[in-house]
Design a protein around this ligand. Structure first.
Ligand code: FNR
Length: 185
């Protein structure tokens, strides 16, 4: 059973990106599970804190979860035409100490997804993640692109996808990524 970790870059209760990662988990193909991990509770990165206390337990736990997974699904909001600070902050902590980056991110299959109520579908945010993933040595899956725009009409009040086209595209996306993540690098 291939295990993928899904992380949404929003801690908002009614987050569209949270709903998207939930939907991806539900649509995962047989033989694949998407375990949803949260960035809630990760403190702001502070080098003094790291020096004095080391990497917080909440971060080391998430590092181990990613390291043990076959792939990482990053579901990103878009803030000011780029990545959201909360998710970047989490990734920055997860990259500490640098000598541990290969264990956590090195050659790790990573897929990018994102949802926004706006028209751009998080294109700019997803593009802005590319140099970050490159710096971490991750293996980006570029088999498909999915930009969920107009999220207010895509998700119902309970967070379920009500747009059949997006549901189909998401199912195809997660199936493609699961296959990629399951293949030897
Ligand atoms: C936004 N939002 C936004 N949306 C977008 O498509 N492009 C953008 O550049 C921005 N910029 C932006 C900046 C800031 C500071 C905020 C708070 C919001 C809107 C954003 O997509 C919307 O709030 C989403 O609902 C956030 O994702 P979640 O929380 O629903 O997952």
């Amino acid at each position: 059973m291939a295990r993928i970790v899904g992380i949404a870059g929003s801690t908002r209760l009614a987050s569209y990106n949270g709903a998207l990662v939930q939907a991806a988990a539900q649509l995962a193909p047989p033989g694949t599970t998407v375990e949803i991990a949260t960035i809630a509770g990760i403190p702001l990165y502070d080098a003094d804190v790291e020096k004095e206390h080391g990497v917080p337990a909440i971060v080391t736990g998430l590092k181990d979860t990613i390291a043990a997974a076959a792939g990482l699904l990053l579901v990103t909001p878009e803030y000011n035409a780029s990545v959201p600070g909360v998710l970047k902050n989490a990734i920055d902590w997860l990259s500490r100490p640098p000598k541990d980056i290969p264990r956590v991110f090195g050659d790790k299959p990573v897929a990018l997804l994102g949802a926004t109520p706006g028209v751009g579908g998080t294109r700019l945010a997803q593009a802005a993640w590319l140099p970050v993933l490159r710096a971490l040595g991750a293996r980006l899956w570029s088999g498909r692109q999915l930009y969920v725009a107009g999220a207010a009409d895509v998700f119902g009040p309970d967070g379920a996808i009500v747009d059949e086209k997006v549901r189909r595209l998401l199912a195809e996306f997660i199936a493609g990524f699961a296959q990629f993540a399951g293949e030897p690098g």
